[in-house]
Ligand binder design. Structure first.
Ligand SMILES: Cc1cc(-c2n[nH]c(CCNC(=O)c3cc(-c4ccc(F)cc4)cc(O)c3O)n2)ccn1
Ligand SMILES: [Mg+2]
Length: 215
């Protein structure tokens, strides 16, 4: 096929969504992925749980690991008050290029910093580059085998503090067993599993919310 799936997702947004209207961007992507082609956005069902956690935390600084086409970036950014922002890391430059355009179409570019690179390389530079003290909310949605090492890296870099909330996608499918074991057994985290389904399917999946209790 000439175009990539992310390019076809962007086209669906440009055809169906209204510039400056984040909800119409979300609706356009969900419709395309439910009725045309599956894609690895967090989706509408888990997205509603993400929304409720963002509203509960009302974060000032958010880190998202794994941007893909920017669907969850838009979901998060649309709920942030003025002055709050989400830093989102994307490894794949083609995904990043599409995500920038999706975020721009939604009109939320002022609340988003998209960084291209691997989580393990970028996290140690967060404080220096972005003047971040610590994150209020981290949405883990990147390579599943990186959830645990990157959580430990965030702890070591002092980017997680008492009260920081980690919200992890895909803890069942594709699954992040070592991460789950860590946050559920560590005395320094309070964890809760939100049972749901893999985006646009009937397969089980869910989000794990873990609150850091401090050292
Ligand atoms: C190292 C690093 C990495 C990144 C990074 N950027 N973008 C990503 C995407 C990662 N996401 C997924 O792989 C993913 C997969 C599925 C899935 C696939 C196939 C199935 F059959 C069932 C489920 C479902 C999902 O919901 C997912 O999120 N990683 C960014 C920075 N640094
Ligand atoms: Mg995911």
């Amino acid at each position: 096929t000439r175009t990539s799936r992310p390019q076809r997702i962007l086209k669906a947004v440009q055809r169906k969504a209204t510039v400056g209207d984040p909800q119409s961007v979300i609706t356009a992507i969900d419709h395309f992925c439910r009725h045309r082609e599956w894609a690895m956005n967090v989706g509408d069902e888990k997205g509603s749980i993400l929304d409720s956690v963002v509203n509960e935390v009302s974060p000032v600084t958010v880190l998202e690991l794994g941007t893909y086409c920017g669907y969850s970036t838009v979901r998060i950014a649309r709920l942030l008050p003025p002055g709050a922002c989400v830093i989102t890391l994307e490894f794949n430059p083609d995904y990043a290029a599409i995500a920038r355009q999706v975020i721009k179409w939604s009109g939320l570019e002022d609340k988003v910093q998209l960084v291209e690179g691997a989580s393990g390389d970028c996290i140690p530079w967060m404080k220096e580059h972005f003047g971040v003290q610590a994150f209020d909310l981290v949405f883990l949605d990147h390579w599943k085998e990186r959830y645990l090492p990157d959580t430990k890296l965030l702890e070591e870099c002092g980017l997680i503090q008492k009260g920081t909330v980690l919200l992890a996608d895909n803890v069942i499918c594709p699954g992040t067993p070592d991460y789950l074991e860590y946050v559920r057994n560590s005395p320094r985290y309070n964890s809760h599993y939100y049972r749901s389904h893999l985006e646009y399917t009937k397969a089980e999946d869910g989000l794990e919310k873990s609150v850091f209790l401090g050292y």
